[in-house]
Structure formats: structure tokens, C-alpha cells
Design a protein around this ligand. Structure first.
Ligand code: 1PZ
Length: 215
């Protein structure tokens, strides 16, 4: 994994993996979901070490899910739907307080799922921003509307400080590695509905099973 993380990030790659995420009957393939996150972590790492504490947590969660994907029950972890069913049917999820299953697939994916909402809100702001738009403000607004409500004060504080050192909009687009800003904006316009649909499908599934507040 270390090797792939060092390769250059490309927005197209994120776009491609999220496109592969949904099956014909709208199930979410865990492998592609995880691959999408790997790609995003690459991006985060290219922004510098200030974001290390964030990418470390994301990498940890990716690792937990990869262990299920490669583990002896891998056939149960093909889609998020099959994972939820398998873990719930077999009592492998801590539902109300942390206990025997602090690293269930369900609670681990929920953390990434919540972060995906942040990503969606942030990229939408970036896409529609003007040339003098401030990435730090877009990022903080998106965070406050989504992930922040799930984080304790210390994490919110640390995240807030990290946002302040985000590169300016124009540099940000360069790191996105998707051509000139207009082209990157167009690609975001295509990628966002995909990310949003994957988010929605997962959200509905988790809501149906009362899993949105897993400890
Ligand atoms: C482009 C700038 C990137 C800003 C990223 C915005 C998200 C800020 C998230 C701050 C997370 C701080 C570290 C760890 C938090 C964990 O406590 C929580 C809950 O997990 P638990 O403790 O319950 O096991 N983890 C998360 O909420 C998952 C966070 C994943 C963040 C991934 C961001 C990916 C960014 C992609 C960049 C395009």
C-alpha cells in the first residue's frame, strides 16, 4: 500500500473508482469503495505532513476493511450490503456501546461514510467557487456541516488548524492533477453525482438498519 500511496494522485482515478462502486442493482462494492479512499489518502498526503493525523486515521480504517476483504470471510464482504447483513446476523457489531467488536466493518465504514459527506460538500463548494474563493473556508464550512458533529472538541480544534494551511484555490487545482481549473471543475461536475449516489445508497442502508450512530 505504501507504494501506491506515493504515486501521483489523479482526480480521474477517484472518479473511475467511484464509478465502479455501484453494482447494477445499486449495491456498493467494498473493494472499489476502499480503493477510492486509498486514492483520496494519496491526495491528502500530497498536501503535507500537517494532514498526517487525518490520513493516519483514514489509513487505519482502510486497513481494517482490507483485512475483511482479504480474510477468511471475504465472500461476506463483497458489498456493503452483504457486510451489513453478515455482521448483523452474526452479532459482530457493537450496537449501543463499544464492546467486543470495536473494529466491526459496519462501524469502520460508517466513519468513512461520514467523511464522504464532508468530501461531497467540500468538492461542491470548490466546484462552484470563484477564483478568489478560500479553500480553508470551504473546507471548514463543509466540515462544520458534516463530520464536525461526530467529533469531540480536540479533533475539531486540530482539524480547524489543519484547514488553515490548505493551499490556495489555484494550487489546490494543481494538486488535483486534472488539468487547468476549468477542466478540473468540469470533472468535478461529473464526479460529484457519483460520489453523492454512493453516499445516498449507503446512508439509506445504514438508516434502514439503524446503524447511523454506531459507537
Ligand atoms: C483537503 C483537506 C482535508 C481535510 C479533511 C477533512 C476531514 C477532517 C477529519 C479530521 C479527522 C481527525 C482524525 C481522526 C478522527 C477519528 O476520531 C474519527 C472517528 O473515528 P473513531 O475515533 O470513532 O474510530 N475518524 C473519522 O471521522 C474519519 C476521518 C477520515 C477523514 C478522511 C479525510 C479524507 C480527505 C480526502 C481529501 C480529499
Amino acid at each position: 500500500m505504501a507504494d501506491s500511496e506515493e504515486q501521483k494522485f489523479s482526480l480521474q482515478e477517484v472518479f473511475d473508482t467511484f464509478k465502479l462502486c455501484l453494482s447494477e442493482n445499486k449495491e456498493v462494492y467494498l473493494q472499489h469503495y476502499v480503493d477510492g479512499w486509498r486514492e483520496l489518502v494519496k491526495f491528502l498526503n500530497s498536501l503535507g505532513s500537517v494532514f498526517g493525523f487525518i490520513s493516519k486515521d483514514a489509513v487505519n480504517k482502510i486497513k481494517i476493511l482490507v483485512a475483511y476483504l482479504d480474510g477468511e470471510n471475504s465472500s461476506q464482504y463483497v458489498t456493503v450490503q452483504s457486510m451489513v447483513k453478515y455482521e448483523l446476523d452474526n452479532g459482530l457489531v457493537d450496537l449501543t456501546k463499544r464492546g467486543n467488536y470495536p473494529e466491526s466493518g459496519c462501524r469502520t465504514l460508517l466513519r468513512l461514510h461520514r467523511a464522504l459527506k464532508w468530501l461531497e460538500l467540500f468538492l461542491e463548494r470548490l466546484r462552484t467557487s470563484s477564483e478568489d474563493g478560500k479553500t480553508s473556508v470551504m473546507c471548514a464550512d463543509a466540515y462544520n456541516e458534516s463530520l464536525a458533529q461526530h467529533h469531540p472538541w480536540v479533533v475539531r480544534k486540530a482539524a480547524g488548524m489543519a484547514f488553515c494551511v490548505l493551499p490556495a484555490r489555484v494550487t489546490f487545482f494543481e494538486v488535483l492533477n486534472a488539468g487547468p481549473p476549468e477542466q478540473a471543475v468540469a470533472m468535478l461536475g461529473e464526479a460529484l453525482p457519483l460520489i453523492s449516489e454512493v453516499y445516498q445508497v449507503t446512508e439509506v442502508l445504514y438508516a434502514q438498519h439503524n446503524l447511523l450512530d454506531l459507537p
